[in-house]
Write a protein that binds this ligand. Structure first.
Ligand SMILES: [Zn+2]
Length: 244
C-alpha cells in the first residue's frame, strides 16, 4: 500500500524532469523544503500543472516514493495574483526566493520560517499596485534580515557581544565572526580570534532601525536612501560571511 501525507506548501521553483514530468521544490511548515516529482505535469492539458506554479501556496497530498516522493494531488490555496500581475512585485519576490533557495536546505522543518515567508508574501501581495523601487528594496532588506535571523545568523543588538557592556552612541561595529555589535573599546583590543574583514562599521540610525525591526515596529516607516543602502550592504556582508 502507498503511504501518503497531506501538507500545505509554498512553491519555490520547478524544473523539467524527464520527458513529461517536473520536479517541484516546495517549502512546508512540518517537513521543511521538499523536492517532489510531479508526474505528467508537462503534458498538454495537465490538470496538475496550474496548481504547481512558483510563488503559489497549495495544499498537497504527497505520496512516498522509492526515489523522489511525488505529488498525488495539489490544489491552490493562495495564488498571490497581486504579485504575479505586477512586474515590480514579481521582481522582488523572485529576488527573495533566490535568497531563500540559497540559504534554506532540504528537510529542515521550521514552522516559524514558513509563517514568515507566508506573511511576507501576503503583505507584498496586498501592497499597492506598481510597487515603487524603494518600497521593494525595503521589503527585500527586511526579508533578508529576518531570514538570516531565523536561520540563526542574526547578530545580537542589545549589548557588546564581546564584553557584555552597554553600547554607547557612535563608533559601534558589527563583528560578524562573533555575531553581534561590538563596542569601540573591544574592537580596538588585539584579539586572537579576530578575523580579517569581520568588522563592519554601523551607524547609530542603522542600529535604531534594526531594533525597531526586531520589535516589529516597521509599519509605514520612512528613512533615507543612504540608510537603506547601508542595510542592504550589511545584509550582503552577513550573507557572504555565513556562506563562506
Ligand atoms: Zn565591548
Amino acid at each position: 500500500m502507498e503511504s501518503t501525507f497531506p501538507t500545505r506548501g509554498i512553491i519555490l521553483n520547478r524544473r523539467d524532469w524527464r520527458e513529461a514530468d517536473r520536479l517541484v521544490s516546495v517549502y512546508t511548515p512540518e517537513h521543511g523544503r521538499l523536492n517532489l516529482l510531479a508526474r505528467g505535469a508537462r503534458k498538454m492539458g495537465s490538470k496538475l500543472a496550474a496548481h504547481l506554479e512558483p510563488i503559489t501556496l497549495s495544499n498537497f497530498l504527497v505520496v512516498k516514493g522509492k526515489g523522489y516522493d511525488y505529488v498525488g494531488a495539489a490544489v491552490i490555496e493562495e495564488p498571490y495574483l497581486g504579485i504575479k500581475q505586477d512586474l515590480n512585485k514579481l521582481y522582488f519576490a523572485g529576488q527573495a526566493f533566490m535568497l531563500f533557495n540559497r540559504l534554506v536546505r532540504e528537510a529542515q522543518p521550521d514552522p516559524e520560517l514558513f509563517a514568515w515567508l507566508e506573511k511576507w508574501l501576503c503583505n507584498l501581495d496586498a501592497a499597492r499596485e506598481k510597487l515603487d523601487k524603494e518600497d521593494g528594496r525595503f521589503r527585500l532588506a527586511l526579508f533578508s534580515w529576518r531570514l538570516l535571523a531565523l536561520l540563526g545568523f542574526g547578530p545580537r543588538l542589545d549589548k557588546c557581544v564581546s564584553c557584555g557592556g552597554i553600547l554607547s552612541a557612535g563608533r559601534n561595529r558589527f563583528d560578524v565572526s562573533l555575531g553581534g555589535l561590538i563596542c569601540d573599546a573591544c574592537a580596538a583590543k588585539p584579539r586572537q580570534e579576530v578575523v580579517n574583514g569581520s568588522l563592519i562599521p554601523v551607524s547609530d540610525n542603522m542600529i535604531k532601525l534594526l531594533r525597531l525591526v526586531d520589535g516589529n515596529g516597521v509599519k509605514n516607516m520612512k528613512f533615507s536612501p543612504r540608510l537603506l543602502k547601508e542595510w542592504e550592504n550589511l545584509n550582503l556582508r552577513l550573507l557572504n560571511w555565513n556562506e563562506s
